[in-house]
Unconditional design. Sequence first.
Length: 294
Amino acid sequence: SGGEQSPRLFQFHKDGFLVLEHFFTAEECDSMRNQIQRIIAEMEVPPHCRTEFSTKEEEQLQAQGSSDYFLTSGDKIRFFFEKGVLDKKGNFLIPKERSISKIGHALHAYDPVFKQITHSPKVQELGRKLGLERPVVVQSMYIFKVQRWALPLVVVTPHQDATFLHTEPLGRVLGFWIALEDARRENGCLWFIPGSHTNGITRRMVRAPSGASTCVEFVGSEPAYDDSQFVPLPISKGGLILIHGEVVHKSELNSSESSRHVYTFHVMEAKDTSWSKENWLQPTPELPFPSLYT
């Protein structure tokens, strides 16, 4: 797109992330939160979460049910629960809106509110400023990150998104991370290692060969990251963080009394790019990856 690169774009290429405060309005954030409440109200608990397993065989069936449910969630709106929130009959031990860890992976395609946000004119304009020629949306998630009183607290270990969403060449995947509430150090904001997007990736999550006991496996190893290199990125409600596919980031546990709701989606530059056939997520005839530009 010629001309001088804006200072912000330069910063993004240097750091591997970019914070854009107040990108979305409070109203837009609230519309997403209200919509997710409606989706939860209508939610059916998936059958594999309800089985009272007793034999080894039934346990394996449940695990297979979980992995199928995950692997085929790319073109559906599905529910992923925290550990220990359901009893063996599939009843909730705590209020259901506090039991869900995330909802994914096709909110952007099948829900009118999330679709409108994902393809909003300001997102499309940002894509053009970033020089994206044929961006497609590959997946989306609503993440709750709530305080868990009696449950194991969730820490998102350091990772690179390209571990899960691999492309040839690398550098073609971009995360859009939207804070629907203030994200502070206390409630689990993101932390990044600036500049860590330039070293490639060392680990990939791939579909396991059929017949394997797990649905996915990791190839390669995760390096030990130096904790002192991580920089916290607190952001206000409505803020957007752009995340390069190879930048190393994490979030700590939420030790506060407030949740940290987020809507996030990933975009791939489809021009001259191939999506790995080994990725857990695959486009389907029902849902080829939709263009970001409408």
